[in-house]
Design a protein around this ligand. Structure first.
Ligand code: ZN
Ligand code: ZN
Length: 185
């Protein structure tokens, strides 16, 4: 894992029409806040059992979200919207009226370079299992670590599969609630 603080990480949609940078220049912006969610809406929208979500200030994102021509928004609840690429369907971000200064970016859209590390081509070799290679240091362990903000909709966890995530667990949303791990032994 890379030990330094990155100036930025980048990410985008599958077709490449949306590509963003998230800047970590301001003091206190690194490590970022990370939450997971297992609500029914995140599941339907991402097609994944767990969504891993980076919570950052809108001002940290460059260019600003509305500048992408393929970006469309779906009003998923009265107070929140989900932004996706209309070209390829990738779900990118979630916005809520309750968090007007923040945007929640889906960590799976981050680029390989920052999430897992660039493949070092010179290290590639064929094995009986397939191609093995080493990667350059990256930030995935921090960018996906829900210890910072916690895990939402724990009531929907698939026992034995999605119930082993780091950080506090919340039965539903975390606003004004005590995490499960602090109230139950
Ligand atoms: Zn796209
Ligand atoms: Zn959710």
């Amino acid at each position: 894992m890379a030990s330094d603080t990155p100036n930025k990480v980048s990410g985008g949609c599958l077709c490449g029409a949306i590509h963003y940078d998230i800047l970590f220049k301001d003091e206190g912006s690194w490590p970022p806040m990370v939450a997971t969610c297992q609500c029914n809406m995140c599941r339907k929208w991402t097609g994944s059992l767990v969504s891993t979500n980076l919570i950052v200030k809108k001002a940290q994102v460059s260019p600003a979200w509305p500048s992408f021509t393929t970006l469309k928004e779906y009003q998923s609840s009265p107070s929140s919207k989900r932004a996706f690429c209309s070209g390829c369907g990738s779900g990118i971000a979630w916005f809520s009226d309750d968090m007007p200064d923040e945007v929640v970016v889906f960590v799976g859209t981050l680029d390989e370079e920052y999430l897992m590390g660039k493949v070092i081509e010179e290290t590639a070799r064929e094995t009986e299992h397939g191609k093995e290679f080493e990667r350059a240091p990256a930030y995935g362990r921090i960018l996906a670590d829900s210890s910072s903000a916690g895990n939402l909709y724990w009531q929907n966890a698939v026992v034995g599969i999605t119930d082993n995530l780091p950080g506090p667990k919340f039965l539903q949303h975390f606003f004004d609630k005590v995490p499960l791990s602090e109230s139950v032994e």
